[in-house]
Design a protein around this ligand. Structure first.
Ligand code: A3P
Length: 343
């Protein structure tokens, strides 16, 4: 008997449950189902029970979590470069980030729906990774395996979340979907090509987007960071842009690999910031011409990388509408988004 749609833990037979979950096909590129209050691709939900049952977190693991289009690629690059700086100094001409897209260096723990690989082999691949492992996820906090959300201190793994202003995350997502939809071909949701700002905005406001509602995704991680500050680090994309050096130091401390005085004086922090900057990554050959097996080009992950770009695309009326929805949803929580105007 499958668990009801709003159960906290994934039903063991998700394939059986899936057809009974609310369906959204208007949001490209993939059909979404609502589970536990969040809209997720069917492919992600299908593999959830296997991830819960088989992923064995190590205390040294770091899970990078985000709502899509919130700075995931940047966070992956920064965390990877920071965690592996002893084996791969950021100044190395052959650094993995100079040969591979950040999404190849740090993989999503839920199988990347773009790459329809077998979940079992992906989990086996994770087991082979040397510690400290850095993995990523777009799953909401409530759907993370309990082995990640419980435990304290050195014996438990850590989560780093990056949050972004919803209006910028929305605009970033709109451009991304336009760029990648053609790669999905027949697997794409109906109307993928005809997706326009107004339609996309309605869906975003209703939370009917990958891992939406965005503000609920953010709020769960923020609350977790308040409850478990040693295990969950909450970062904001806008503050990262303002002070990337401070972000890298904070990240390193949190991951248990703080910079020594010699490293700081030797410019290692600056080298990591530079290596992972939008300008640097965007211009690397692998990110200009490469792509994944599903045909999504690496350059789709790098656009403007600024705060407040929504002003160039949303009318003041649409912006106010989204602000109001978010404000109401966050009321009484103690959390508020930052943007370029209120920093
Ligand atoms: P924009 O579309 O607003 O430019 P994600 O990585 O979660 O998919 O988020 C993508 C957003 O992060 C895009 O925002 C992209 O340009 C920006 N981004 C990618 N790499 C970055 C980097 N190294 N530094 C800052 N922003 C970056």
């Amino acid at each position: 008997m499958p668990a009801p749609a709003d159960a906290t833990r994934p039903a063991t037979d998700m394939a059986e449950l899936l057809p009974s979950l609310p369906l959204e096909t208007r949001c490209p590129p993939l059909p979404l189902r609502r589970y536990n209050g969040f809209w997720l691709p069917e492919s992600v939900l299908t593999e959830l029970p296997a991830i819960h049952a088989r992923l064995e977190p190590r205390p040294s693991d770091v899970f990078l979590a985000s709502f899509p289009k919130s700075g995931t690629t940047w966070l992956k690059a920064l965390a990877f470069a920071t965690a592996h700086r002893a084996t791969h100094p950021p100044s190395d001409a052959g650094h993995p980030l100079r040969r591979m897209n950040p999404h190849e260096c740090v993989q999503f723990m839920e199988m990347d729906p773009e790459l329809r690989r077998d979940t079992g082999s992906l989990l086996e691949e994770f087991e082979q990774l040397a510690s400290p492992r850095v993995l990523a996820t777009h799953l909401p906090y409530c759907l993370l395996p309990e082995s990640i959300t419980t435990g304290e201190g050195a014996a438990a793994s850590r989560v780093v979340y990056v949050c972004r202003n919803p209006k910028d995350a929305f605009i970033s997502g709109l451009f991304f979907v336009k760029k990648v939809s053609s790669a999905y071909g027949a697997g794409a949701s109906a109307g993928a090509r005809a997706f326009n700002l107004e339609e996309a905005f309605e869906l975003f406001c209703e939370g009917r987007v990958f891992a939406g509602p965005q503000w609920r995704h953010v709020l769960q991680y923020w609350e977790a960071s308040m409850r478990r500050p040693k295990q969950v680090l909450f970062l904001e994309y806008e503050r990262m842009l303002r002070d990337p050096e401070a972000t890298v130091k904070k990240l390193a401390e949190f991951m248990g690999c703080g910079f020594s005085k010699e490293e700081e004086e030797g410019g290692v922090v600056d080298e990591i910031v530079k290596l992972c900057s939008l300008k640097e990554l965007k211009n690397m050959e692998v990110n200009r011409s490469g792509g994944n097996q599903a045909g999504v080009r690496n350059d789709a992950y790098f656009r403007k990388g600024s705060s407040g770009d929504w002003r160039n695309h949303l009318t003041p009326e649409l912006a106010r509408r989204l602000d109001k929805i978010v404000e109401e949803a966050l009321q009484g929580s103690g959390f508020a988004f930052v943007d370029d105007a209120n920093m």
